[in-house]
Design a protein around this ligand. Sequence first.
Ligand SMILES: NC(=O)c1ccc[n+]([C@@H]2O[C@H](COP(=O)([O-])OP(=O)(O)OC[C@H]3O[C@@H](n4cnc5c(N)ncnc54)[C@H](O)[C@@H]3O)[C@@H](O)[C@H]2O)c1
Length: 252
Amino acid sequence: MDSLFSLAGKTAVITGCATGIGQGLAVGLAKAGADIIALDIADLEDTRQKVTGLGRVCGCYHVDLADSHSIDTAWNALLSDFKTVDILFNNAGMQYRASAFEYPEAMFDKIVAVNLKAAYLLSQKAARHFQSRGCPGKIINTASLFTTFGGVEVSGYTCTKHGIMGMTKALSNELAPYGICVNAIAPGYIQTELTRAIWSDPERRGPMDARIPLGRWGTPADFEGIAVFLASSASDYITGVMIPVDGGYTVR
Ligand SMILES: NC(=O)c1ccc[n+]([C@@H]2O[C@H](COP(=O)([O-])OP(=O)(O)OC[C@H]3O[C@@H](n4cnc5c(N)ncnc54)[C@H](O)[C@@H]3O)[C@@H](O)[C@H]2O)c1
């Protein structure tokens, strides 16, 4: 049973893991034996300490996912350092709130670049790498409640998170013949920087609190298990799906 979930000898690239859900993913994969290649625009020292504290290697690469040249540079550097990648977790994301009447074009372009285009470009690079090695691989994308719902005053974000699921389905079809599985996770309401404005305001968080069947907001640690499942051979016959990690919120 242990070998089903073991990631010993595997290397995982994770975007947006300086904090929040991505850090939870990194810690989960490291606990299962994977070395971590961390990509972020923010300081990765805290994640590096957590991963190396578990006895795993953690390579840290500064990247601005809004910039495809920065993505190219980071990918070339990490491949030159690590030689092989087995798992890609496209997790980084940003939010920008504005009415659909006012949503600025520059912010729409930026949120699409960070939340969607970067995930596509990195998936393409990972797929080529997996194929060239003739090895199976795993690509996992972080979706959202707004992959299912429309939301209010988050239209740019919603476009990207619906796009993430379209990408997950399309790539799962094309990459399955090469033994590459492409799946998504859909976090519910998770206490991170991204949602601080909501969970730190009792009035704003009230409706969410009342609707979560498991009775609490999620934490980054709640993502350790799903990360290991989708990255390991335990999920080898699963591709093209989205798994909610939301305390039951979506089906309430
Ligand atoms: N927190 C929630 O409730 C929630 C719910 C649904 C989906 N999500 C998704 O989960 C993912 C992680 O979010 P989180 O809640 O942990 O937020 P977070 O803000 O804690 O983490 C986001 C990470 O992405 C990085 N990042 C942002 N822009 C970047 C850029 N241009 N280049 C490189 N890195 C960049 C940040 O530095 C940060 O480390 C996102 O895709 C988000 O949309 C979060």
